[in-house]
Design a protein around this ligand. Structure first.
Ligand code: S3P
Length: 450
């Protein structure tokens, strides 16, 4: 839905070829963390390239509610005047995190070890998602929480007045859970240790170190052991947010399936904990090049060039790669529809608890578009029909999920008949310029009232 609650249906028709340069917005994960870490530092953190999507703007408003000053200078330049670790004030209003699981879980962690109380809520999607995965480890610090049945929002968190440090093994592959515990550990005395069996995106670890926290990561037989020394004085930073590989996925995948396409997507972060989709696409036979591969701010960065790839093949995606492409499975399943043979995706139970149940949402829409999909609790398989043979012609539900909406709009660029999404409003949470950016490349997307 739009910010005003009115659905925005959109239809995507076969495009003649996508060509040009796609400057996608800033990274959503890094944008959230920049605002929260800025709020937890004393002094002014300056941020350029911030993603100005609804999710991140909600986090900015939340930081103001906890006492930080957040200033928009225009053109993606922001500054945050922080209050320091342990300096959060008690909000006087309910914190509305909108659609954002990352926002609410990281902020819960960041306030959980301060002697303040805050109540969190979100939209219908976020209020249906599990928060127990965060409140269980936060309770180990001494934090209390009261929410709806099965740990759903709205939820009130009573921060621990005398927090104790924690040693916690994350039971699900989730960077949000890992990060919530680490943010809570910032204001606990002593060492907080988080162990993850499977590596998930490591922006929190990298950025904590950048802000001056003492944090070490060790690969052991137990998994990745992250040790944080609590109660640091975080130093404000100048942050340039790299462009989001999860947003780059949409123009890249669109170029691969639309005949005659050649699209350049510059300055994309290729942190190995995020870049699994691009490896997978190349294994499928995608014409996808990394140009100008370089290092920026300690991270590998490249310009991606994607061209129409008529001979894509279905593959088995290694389950150990899942965390590094967890947000990209919906659009991968679209590419798989235009490949020959089956693409098997295992070890992806987490897709069931994203902004929507992404396996169910994609499977229903793909089937309606003429694609065969098999699924189990933690796997799904898409049998492609090859280029030029995907019927389309369906109206699908986006279920308040930006990535479902964008995936089906990409699909409609190459199906024989148009694809309609019942509500593309959620796209504004992560990729507010999706519509004009894709139109500029040559996509034929119309709002249904046009
Ligand atoms: C994110 C972690 C992932 C991802 C989300 C962003 C983050 O969620 O799906 O879009 O910024 O930490 P999980 O932690 O639930 O895997």
């Amino acid at each position: 839905m739009s910010a005003h609650g009115t659905p925005i249906p959109m239809t995507s028709r076969k495009a003649a070829g996508l060509r040009g340069v796609a400057n996608v917005p800033g990274d959503k994960s890094i944008s959230h963390r920049s605002l929260i870490l800025g709020a937890l530092s004393v002094g002014e953190t300056r941020i350029t390239g911030l993603l100005e999507g609804d999710d991140v703007l909600d986090t900015g408003r939340a930081m103001e509610a906890f006492g930080a000053e957040v200033i928009n200078h225009g053109g993606g330049a922001w500054s945050v005047h922080g209050v320091g670790v342990g300096g959060f004030a008690e909000p006087t209003q309910v914190i509305d995190c909108g659609n954002s699981g990352t926002g609410v879980r990281l902020i819960m962690g960041a306030m959980a070890t301060s002697p303040i109380t805050a109540t969190f809520t979100g939209d219908a999607s976020l209020n249906g998602r599990p928060m127990g995965r965060v409140t269980v480890p936060l309770a180990l610090f001494g934090t209390q929480s009261v929410g709806r049945a099965e740990g759903r929002l709205p939820m009130t968190i009573v921060g621990a007045a005398d927090p104790v440090p924690v040693r916690y093994t994350v039971p699900v592959p989730s960077a949000q859970v890992k990060s919530a515990v680490l943010f809570a550990g910032l204001n606990a005395p002593g060492e907080t240790v988080v162990i993850e069996k499977e590596a998930t995106r490591d922006h929190t670890e990298r950025m904590f170190a950048g802000f001056g926290a003492e944090i070490t990561v060790e690969d052991t037989d137990e998994g990745r052991v992250i040790t944080l020394v609590g109660q640091p004085e975080l130093r404000p930073q100048e942050i340039t947010v790299p462009r989001d590989p999860s947003s780059a996925a949409f123009p890249v995948c669109a170029a691969l399936i639309v005949e005659g396409s050649d699209v350049l997507v510059p300055n994309i972060g290729l942190n190995p904990t995020r870049a699994g989709l691009f490896t997978t696409l190349r294994e499928m036979g995608a014409d996808l090049e990394y140009e100008n591969l370089r290092e920026e701010g300690g991270e590998p960065v490249a310009d991606l060039r994607a061209k129409f790839s008529p001979n894509l093949k279905g593959i088995e995606v290694p389950p150990e790669r899942a965390a590094s492409m967890i947000d990209e499975y919906p659009v991968l399943s679209v590419v798989a529809s235009f490949a020959t043979g089956q693409t098997m995706m295992r070890g992806v139970r987490e897709l069931r608890v994203k902004e929507s149940d992404r396996i169910d949402a994609m499977a229903k829409g793909l089937r309606a578009a003429g694609i065969s999909v098999d699924e189990g609790e933690d796997w799904w398989a898409v049998t492609g029909r090859g280029h030029g043979d995907v019927p389309g012609g369906a109206t699908v539900e986006s279920r308040l999920d930006h990535r479902i909406a964008m995936s089906f709009l990409v699909m409609g660029m190459a199906t024989e008949n148009p694809m309609t999404v019942d509500d593309a409003g959620p796209v504004a949470t992560s990729f507010p310029i999706f519509e004009p950016l894709m139109a500029e490349l040559g996509a034929q997307i119309t709002r249904s009232n046009q």
